[in-house]
Structures are given as C-alpha cells and as structure tokens.
Write a protein that binds this ligand. Structure first.
Ligand code: ZN
Ligand code: ZN
Length: 216
C-alpha cells in the first residue's frame, strides 16, 4: 500500500509527467525490442575471437557496474551542470513515486517512472557506448569493440529488467524469483529516504557498493 504522501505524489506525477498518448507496453517494446535487436546484431559482428579478446566481456561488466554506481551516486542524487534531467527524474521523481514503504507500481503506465525514457536511452548509447566502441576498434580490434558494445547493451537491458522487477507487485511471477527477491531488498533499502544518498547505489549487482563500502 502506498502511503498518503506517495499516493498524492503519484497522482500529481501521472497528471504532469505521463502524457495521454503514453503506452507502457510500447515503452517495454522500445527498450527490450530495439535494445535486444541491437545487442544481437552487435554480437553477430564478432568473428574468430582470440582467447584474449574474450576478456572484453568481464572487463566491460566491471566498467558498466562502475558506471552504474558512479552515475547513481553522482548525478542521479546530486545536481550536476548539464545533467539536471537525470537528477530530476531520479531524486525528485522516482524516489518520490517509490519509497521503501511503497515499492510497487500500480499498472503499466507507471513504467514511465521506472524505465529510462527512449530519449535518454538513445543519448547514453550514442554519448558513451559508441565513442568507446570506436576507440576500441582503433586501439584494440573490431572484435573487442563489438564485444564491448554487446556486453554494455546486455548490462543495460539487465539493469532495466531488474529495476522493473523490484517495482513489480510482490505477487508477480518475476518478482518471486529468488535472485530478484535478494537484490530487491538492497534496492528497497536504497528507497528509504534517509538512506538513498548514502547506500546501495548499484541497482543491479552490488560489486562497487561492496568495493567502496556503501553496501547496506
Ligand atoms: Zn527504484
Ligand atoms: Zn537512487
């Protein structure tokens, strides 16, 4: 059950930030359909991978885990020049829409408050994955570049899936997977307004939280 303050904010958010033409299922198709197609397409570009090149996958995992941690601990919770939209959407909206006492969305339209908007998703992919991919193709090899792009896309889609799963109703079949339950408890603690600026910044796997002493 949402608390009164959350329920009031949810009504306001739905009025002000969810346009009438918004469809949650289209948002899901954009994220996982287009994102998934791009992931498969990049993975299909690799050919005759040398043993050392496979290292790109675990290294990219660590890099994206750090990016998730840094992005969340930094601009998502602290207002930074040029990144106001990220701060507003996360601290001002997502954390008011969901608290540790009210983690569940009420329907598909509430996905608006959970998934990255298509514009931000496109921006992050073009601004971060593409330049690093091009650089890697130049200094390492095309295989390394494609493995990097495919792994970071996979990481992003996994992040979106897990975060959505944490905010599904507790009775939903996905919310009942044991791994989701354990990871959700960490994210739920992060949604406690007293803890949100200090703990559990990894939304997927708490590798950097463990490394930097912010795991709770
Ligand atoms: Zn959340
Ligand atoms: Zn947060």
């Amino acid at each position: 059950m949402a608390t009164e303050a959350v329920a009031t904010y949810r009504e306001q958010y739905r009025r002000e930030h969810v346009p009438p033409h918004y469809r949650g299922w289209l948002h899901l198709i954009f994220t996982f359909g287009i994102g998934g197609t791009a992931l498969v397409w990049s993975a299909l570009q690799v050919e005759q991978v040398r043993p050392l090149e496979w290292l790109t996958i675990p290294l990219t995992f660590l890099y994206t885990n750090f990016a998730e941690y840094w992005g969340h601990r930094g601009p998502m919770h602290h207002l930074k020049r040029g990144l106001r939209l990220v701060y507003e959407r996360h601290t001002k909206q997502h954390h008011r829409f969901f608290t540790d006492q009210a983690m569940e969305l009420d329907g598909l339209r509430d996905l608006r408050a959970v998934l990255f908007p298509p514009i931000l998703m496109t921006f992050f992919i073009t601004a971060f994955a593409l330049p690093v991919g091009l650089l890697l193709a130049w200094v390492a090899s095309p295989n390394v570049a494609w493995l990097f792009i495919a792994t970071s896309l996979g990481y992003f889609l996994n992040y979106e899936f897990l975060h959505m799963a944490y905010h599904l109703p507790a009775a939903h079949p996905i919310a009942r997977w044991p791994l989701i339950g354990r990871l959700k408890r960490l994210h739920q603690a992060h949604h406690d307004p007293r803890l949100m600026a200090s703990y559990n910044f990894n939304i997927s796997y708490p590798v950097c939280d463990a490394l930097f002493g912010t795991l709770r």
